[in-house]
Design a binder for this molecule. Structure first.
Ligand code: C2O
Ligand code: CU
Ligand code: CU
Length: 493
């Protein structure tokens, strides 16, 4: 294991104490708040998680602190002492990797490798419990395509709390096919991790995960009011929605077009030009944006255009407080302030016209079909699938190894949800609304199921038959998941 690169760990909060003091790493600018008033924003340098690469990955989850705000320091959880979140793991497709995950919390926890095609007992779901003071040592072959994946806690009924406290991290998989393309791939320079979440703080600056599901303060890579300087050329952003429940309708402040080049499970066949991308909890989008025509020292913002979303879009609710309200609800707000700097020595100045040769399954390839209904959510009842609250020992679906299946997720019920399946990557075949956006046409492990829609996906279940250890499918809103909106499936011979 070696640490390749550690970005500057500036003491960001200093700027709050001394806004007038000139500080080359920080800058001010005008911003507009949800209320329409113009304010001066003090930006903090975007934290870039350090990377860990090789074939052995040592992770230690522990209690840490981070100076998020003026005044009291905030108690957090993080991996490897990173204060909030964790290092980015860089893996190569085809490698056999060994992970050693030490739990230094006083709670049990688990660590799940989101998006990975691996044996169920290595998956890090609710069954692979890591007791306090012990180390879990999964090992597996990396089989996924180059892309952006992530790891996070998954202990049933504790996922929300452990995530809210900060535990998580990105995983970047590399492979020769991706490496052969002219894409930005210098981590932290023209290839930038962008992890989106928000938190609410108590009056004492503690992370508040009990008074509501939406945060009041946007954090990008755990940085409040994040700013980054990016080179004058095409840059790649690896965006993860790492929220509890909020969705993001992402775009740039000047409405410039950008290109979606990857989904959850790797590169699209061709780039898709857009001005907005909706990214729901658990989903990843790799995008490229052209800064080559910008002036040096020019600025633009990556923003959430979350104002006036339809009901059922998480975070579109109008309330500003309480269980389903927040100061960021139903408004447009900044995710990342971008300053344009000098180009690098070998810039990428174009988007490749072709990216991959994925051959997707169609509905006609499926030899078995299932329907999963989104249920519950009325009054005190939690959201569920098929009227079943999650059962640790109940197997909800049994799938024969080497079959291609069509799953229809039906949501005629109250609110939208982010549906995630472990073990596999699927292809979205259709939405009852008629529109599968081209930008979600690649391999996916998480899909938004809006209120009043059904979504059909096709997946193939290869490789890991196991008659006792289940994989999970669940809503990725961790409050819903903890409430029981999760089912289990076995893949059997
Ligand atoms: Cu991101 Cu079941 O997990
Ligand atoms: Cu997962
Ligand atoms: Cu949900």
């Amino acid at each position: 294991m070696n640490i390749i690169k550690t970005a500057s760990f500036a003491f960001f909060t200093l700027v709050f104490f001394s806004c007038k003091k000139s500080n080359l790493n920080n800058g001010s600018g005008s911003g507009t708040t949800g209320g329409g008033t113009t304010t001066t924003t003090t930006y903090n340098d975007l934290w870039i998680p350090p990377t860990v690469s090789g074939t052995t990955f040592n992770l230690t989850l522990g209690k840490t602190t981070k100076q998020f705000k003026t005044g009291a320091i905030t108690n957090t959880y993080s991996f490897n002492g990173t204060n909030f979140w964790g290092p980015t793991l860089i893996m190569n497709k085809g490698d056999n990797v060994q992970l050693n995950v030490t739990n230094n919390l006083t709670d049990q926890t688990t660590t799940h490798w989101h998006g990975f095609h691996i044996p169920a007992n290595m998956d890090g779901g609710p069954h692979q419990i890591i007791d306090p003071g012990t180390t879990w040592k999964p090992s597996f072959k990396v089989m996924n395509n180059a892309g952006t994946y992530w790891y996070h806690p998954h202990l049933h009924e504790k996922t929300y709390e452990h995530l809210a406290m900060g535990a998580g991290g990105l995983i970047i998989i590399k492979d020769p096919a991706e490496a052969a393309l002219a894409l930005p791939r210098t981590y932290g320079v023209d290839d930038i991790p962008v992890v989106l979440t928000s938190r609410r703080f108590t009056a004492n600056n503690a992370i508040d995960f009990t008074s509501g599901v939406y945060g009041d303060v946007q954090m990008t890579n755990g940085t409040i009011n994040a700013q980054v300087t990016l080179p004058k050329q095409f840059v790649r952003l690896r965006i993860l929605n790492g929220e509890i429940e909020r969705g993001y309708n992402i775009g740039f402040s000047d409405n410039r077009p950008f290109y979606v080049i990857g989904n959850d499970g790797g590169l699209l066949n061709t780039p898709v030009e857009v001005t907005r991308v909706k990214l729901m909890v658990g989903e990843r989008a790799e995008i490229m944006v052209d800064l080559g025509k910008d002036a040096i020292n020019g600025t633009l913002d990556l923003k959430a255009y979350n104002a006036a979303q339809q009901f059922g879009f998480p975070g579109g609710e109008p309330q500003t407080g309480g269980q389903f309200g927040s100061l960021l609800n139903n408004i447009d707000f900044n995710l990342l302030h971008i300053k344009v700097g000098a180009a690098t020595a070998t810039p990428i100045n174009a988007v490749p016209s072709a990216l991959a040769n994925n051959v997707y399954w169609t509905a006609a390839d499926a030899t078995n079909s299932r329907t999963i209904n989104i249920t519950g959510g009325q009054g005190p009842n939690p959201f569920t699938f098929d009227n079943n609250v999650y059962g640790f020992t109940r197997m909800d679906q049994t799938i024969k190894l080497n079959t291609t299946e069509k799953w229809t997720i039906v949501n005629n019920n109250i609110f939208g949800h982010s549906f995630h399946v472990h073990d596999i990557q699927f292809k979205i075949i259709s939405r009852s609304s008629g529109a599968v956006a081209p930008y979600e046409s690649g391999w996916k492990d998480t899909v938004f199921v809006p209120l009043g829609q059904s979504v059909v996906v096709v997946a193939r279940f290869d490789d890991f038959a196991n008659a006792t250890d289940p994989f999970m499918y669940h809503c990725h809103f961790s409050n819903h998941e903890d409430g029981g909106m999760m089912g289990q499936f076995l893949v059997v011979q």
